[in-house]
Design a protein around this ligand. Structure first.
Ligand code: NAP
Length: 185
């Protein structure tokens, strides 16, 4: 049994949409700050976290923000050699989630692992034996989207309280949302 736990983190609107035209349908600065904090924070200052993403999500991150700083960036693609030649040094390119998990297992400097999208990578992580928790920001608004978060099977996942995640309604401009945490049973 692997010691790795895959934590998923996503923001979705009312219809479970997460993206449109290769970008986020909304601009929520505080939500983005939550993503950065959650994926970056470590208990052991000698370690860093890893973020695993699909090649399209990598493409979606503005050039000035990628690789995501202070985290080991792992990009999944079927075209490893091509993408390896395109990404900056230090970015890890892997042909699948299992390979990424094995890579992380072989490093002792990674504290936690965050799966940051998109759709098929979230689905693969939810079906993976290493899946741990889903950190889902539920935005109380409907946006037109072309990319969606996979449905969460409520028989296998349970809403839980987490000490450092606020239960309170979050308000940004005229948009409200909640930080939810689901635990795999
Ligand atoms: N709201 C949120 O929290 C959130 C989070 C992330 C992304 N997004 C949004 O979601 C959209 C992008 O997500 P997406 O679902 O379209 O794409 P994605 O999952 O990020 O990337 C898809 C690509 O990943 C690679 N891939 C997928 N499964 C793989 C596997 N099993 N093994 C190896 N490689 C694999 C393939 O790359 P190749 O084609 O190179 O083989 C595939 O084309 C954007 O609109 C983005 O803004 C939103």
């Amino acid at each position: 049994m692997s010691k790795i736990k895959l934590n998923l983190i996503a923001a979705a609107c009312d219809n479970m949409g997460i993206g449109v035209n290769g970008t986020l349908p909304w601009r929520l600065k505080k939500e983005m700050a939550y993503f950065t904090t959650m994926t970056s924070k470590v208990n052991d200052p000698q370690k860093t976290n890893a973020v695993i993403m699909g090649r399209t999500t990598w493409d979606c991150i503005p050039l000035k923000y990628r690789p995501l700083n202070g985290r080991v960036n792992i990009v999944l693609t079927h075209h490893v050699d091509k993408i390896k030649a395109e990404v900056p040094e230090g970015v890890v390119v892997m042909p699948g989630l299992d390979e990424a998990v094995k890579y992380i297992e072989n490093r002792d400097d990674i504290e936690s692992t965050w799966v940051i999208g998109g759709s098929s990578i979230y689905k693969a992580a939810m079906d993976h034996p290493c899946c741990g928790k889903i950190y889902l920001t539920e935005i109380q608004k409907t946006y037109k989207c072309d990319t969606f978060f996979p449905s969460i099977d409520k028989e296998n996942y349970q809403l839980m309280d987490e000490e450092d995640v606020s239960n309170e309604k979050q308000v940004e401009g005229d948009i409200t949302y909640y930080f939810r945490v689901y635990k795999k049973l």
